[in-house]
Design a binder for this molecule. Structure first.
Ligand SMILES: [Zn+2]
Length: 237
């Protein structure tokens, strides 16, 4: 059984709003553009305040025009939950696309947790904003697979959106919370996959959908809440 944090509860995992971007019709498959929210999460851990993702980076003019980002400064977002930049002790990025790492350079001297595979990918051409990846005094803590990064706080690889994607599980006094990041764009996609992973337990017979290979691992934590980088909806069992 995973150790818990002593006095952190599910409600202590807080969402902060870092803005929006507009996904153009060419990318939505619906014939219409879609406004996407950009959320980050903060929670106190035994190793200090953890911040999952840091918002929309400044991009080149072409990308700026394509996605029309509206940014909330990280200071303002943290202030909304009574925190300052200096309160953050560790940063986890679900992956290194520009909409998840915008304020990473503000957290020098703090460990930035990411999958080694993701950092390697981020250093290839046309993946993200290089200045937001390799900046002065960036201190990456590279992970290969799953790791407990603070007591009761686990990073779990959740490849799909990108190969190096990862999610965070926080075990609280009253249950665990999964910070899914962009493992799925929406809570309803998670719902479907969670059912797929349980299909045999439910006594269902083939043909059945194939769940993500990591879903069973996340369900072992018996999450009471799953939250997302781009969806305000929350999954509960
Ligand atoms: Zn994203």
């Amino acid at each position: 059984m995973a150790p818990n944090l002593g006095c952190v509860r599910i409600d202590d995992v807080r969402r902060i709003d870092l803005g929006t971007f507009v996904r153009p019709a060419e990318e939505t498959g619906t014939g219409q553009p879609r406004i996407e929210a950009v959320y980050a999460y903060v929670v106190r851990t035994a190793a200090g305040v953890l911040l999952m993702d840091t918002g929309l980076g400044v991009v080149d003019e072409e990308t700026e025009a394509w996605y029309r980002p509206r940014r909330v400064p990280i200071e303002d977002a943290l202030a909304s939950v009574g925190l300052e930049l200096t309160d953050v002790a560790l940063v986890v990025n679900c992956h290194l696309h520009f909409d998840h790492i915008g304020a990473n350079p503000r957290f020098t001297g703090r460990p930035l947790f990411c999958q080694r595979r993701e950092l390697d990918t981020a250093r290839t051409a046309d993946y993200t904003v290089p200045e937001l990846v390799d900046f002065a005094d960036a201190s990456y803590e590279l992970i290969d697979g799953e790791a407990e990064i603070a007591a009761g706080v686990y990073v779990v690889p959740t490849p799909g959106h990108v190969d190096g994607h990862q999610s965070v599980v926080v075990t609280c006094d009253d249950g665990s919370v999964v910070l899914a990041g962009q493992a799925y764009d929406s809570a309803s996609q998670w719902s479907a996959d969670a059912l797929a992973a349980r299909a045999l337990d439910l006594g269902l017979a083939p043909p059945l959908p194939q769940p993500s290979p990591w879903m069973a691992r996340l369900l072992e934590f018996d999450p009471r809440r799953v939250v997302f980088a781009h969806d305000a909806a929350v999954w509960t069992p």
